[in-house]
Design a protein around this ligand. Structure first.
Ligand SMILES: *Cc1c(COP(=O)(O)O)cnc(C)c1O
Length: 516
């Protein structure tokens, strides 16, 4: 070999330092690129801590139209011709978008099933988006597929305690409920009507299919019914009892009527934690009804599923393992950033109803070698590695801390219910089973007690004013045409003192209103 040949060979063995004009926008091993990444992260983080996390109020109170103006003034163009300083950019984002966001971690932000995210999960998000793994195929995720499968096995054991259970991470309850009803529908077609919905679409009998759920079930049951081509008519809402759980007598009556009318009930949906009241349907009784006439039993535990972690409250979910499928959300009582949920099935082969083979993602020869391509279990193709943030939080906090937080919020809800229940100015609507308290301002001393229009207006006003003044974010709901207020006490940082302050603010506000 000549010297020049040796030189060429050495050159060829050097790692190629790819230098082109796009390098700086992406993270790789070169100092310049790492520096840009570090700075971008630092400026984003500074804006987040300074403009958002230090906010003392749950909302700045800026009216909607004024924010529209502010945003237009700060960012004249949506896509400028040339890029500019990322430092200034994040400062501007901080002054506008972050400053006027809803501060979910504030102890008086109590409207929805919307949790403060754990810091450990926020750090995991950096890795989830940074590595940008896609869960649809193993060759786009490798280790991520293995970890998601490990988490799913753990969840299957927790909820079903059986080996043949399986599941997949989803974007949340909407997707999980849809998947439950999709599998239920297609299994029914195959088993009862010998019909392959995947190939042939809907059979003529489709218009007779019925889904039973309580009238307090989540609206996505109805949404799923129409997306599945069954129409909202397919959903029969069953009456609830005084605790807002499904009334089994009404269910029995309904089942009898349905069978007399020749309709085809194929799915029974129980809710373990209704969105408004946090009530839990009688799972064991419902499972027995479902089994009797071979209906698919789906449990929507988007909200209540987390009680499984608590020794004190786990018993409320007794019967959950009798479900054919389960919805559980981690962006609620598991304190994960949006979005993060799971769909679990008792019998893994039921996933075959949605399986399609795409040669580029899950070719049949991969299946023979045992390489898992998770696209076979999901209706979503490209999918985030959200399992990582839950895993990180589990390890950072441990089960005991999760249980402690859940127990704390349930105790807080009970104390809040006592405060409101004993106050003659308020009417309490529910004894919280989880941590949602529904009530309204309804003073006993007033002669306009029967004036429901006035009461509706005042209760609506309480919510709007507290938000505008930045005191608290409450939810409003309607029960039998009456306006009620709702405190969803998800945040473990909220204290009884915070609640007492909100109660006195409500009273002050009403007194002012009455003086007008
Ligand atoms: C939140 C919720 C849903 C919807 O879940 P998303 O995560 O918002 O899609 C469904 N069912 C219940 C009971 C819920 O609380």
């Amino acid at each position: 070999m000549t010297l020049s040949q040796v030189g060429l060979l050495e050159q060829a063995m050097q790692p190629v330092k790819h230098k082109n004009r796009f390098d700086r926008y992406f993270l790789h091993g070169e100092a310049e690129s790492i520096d840009y990444y570090d700075k971008a992260m630092k400026w984003a983080q500074e804006a987040f801590v300074d403009q958002y996390s230090r906010n003392e109020k749950p909302y700045s109170g800026l009216p909607h139209e004024e924010f529209v103006k502010l945003l237009d003034e700060t960012f004249k163009e949506t896509l400028p011709e040339d890029g500019s300083s990322i430092k200034t950019l994040f400062q501007n984002i901080g002054e506008t978008i972050l400053k006027h966001s809803i501060v979910v971690s504030n102890p008086t932000c109590l409207a929805h099933l919307h949790c403060p995210p754990l810091s450990s999960a926020l750090a995991a998000e950096v890795l989830i988006s940074g590595t940008n793994q896609s869960m649809d195929s193993w060759d786009q995720s490798a280790s991520a597929t293995v970890l998601e499968e490990k988490m799913v096995r753990w969840l299957s054991d927790l909820f079903f305690r059986r080996k043949r259970a399986d599941g997949v991470f989803t974007s949340g309850g909407t997707q999980s409920n849809f998947m439950g009803l999709l599998l239920a529908r297609d299994r029914y077609f195959k088993k009862q009507l010998h019909w392959d919905a995947q190939k042939n679409g809907l059979p003529v009998e489709a218009s007779k299919l019925r889904i039973l759920c309580s009238k307090d079930a989540h609206f996505t049951v109805r949404q799923s019914a129409f997306l599945l081509g069954l129409g909202e008519q397919a959903v029969i809402p069953i009456e609830t009892d005084s605790k807002h759980g499904m009334c089994t007598d009404s269910l029995d009556r309904c089942l009898k009527e349905v069978s007399e009318q020749g309709l085809l009930p194929f799915a029974l949906v129980a809710t373990a934690g209704t969105t408004d009241f946090g009530s839990i349907d009688p799972l064991v009784e419902l499972a027995a009804r479902a089994k009797q006439i071979d209906m698919w039993f789906h449990v929507d535990a988007a909200y209540g599923g987390a009680l499984m972690l608590s020794e004190r409250h786990q018993h409320k979910l007794h019967g959950m393992d009798l479900a054919d499928s389960i919805t559980v959300d981690f962006h609620k009582l598991f304190y994960q950033p949006i979005s993060c949920g799971a769909f679990l099935v008792k019998e893994r082969t039921n996933f075959d109803f949605i399986k399609l083979n795409a040669d580029y993602l899950n070719p049949e020869d991969d299946e023979e070698t045992g390489i898992p391509n998770l696209v076979t279990k999901s209706i979503q193709t490209t999918r985030r590695f959200d399992a990582l943030k839950l895993f990180v939080s589990f390890h950072a906090l441990g089960r005991k801390t999760f249980a402690d937080m859940i127990d704390y919020t349930i105790d807080l809800a009970q104390e809040t219910a006592t405060i409101l229940g004993e106050d003659p100015d308020f009417e309490l609507m529910n004894q919280p089973e989880i941590n949602a308290v529904v009530f309204r301002y309804c003073p006993q001393r007033k002669d306009n007690l029967n004036d429901s229009e006035w009461l509706n207006r005042v209760n609506g006003l309480i919510r709007t004013k507290l938000l505008e003044q930045g005191h608290a974010v409450l939810a409003r709901t309607r029960v039998n045409k009456l306006v009620y207020l709702k405190l969803t006490l998800l945040n473990p940082r909220t204290t009884v003192e915070d609640i007492k302050v909100i109660v006195s603010q409500m009273k002050e506000l009403i007194q002012k209103e009455e003086r007008k």
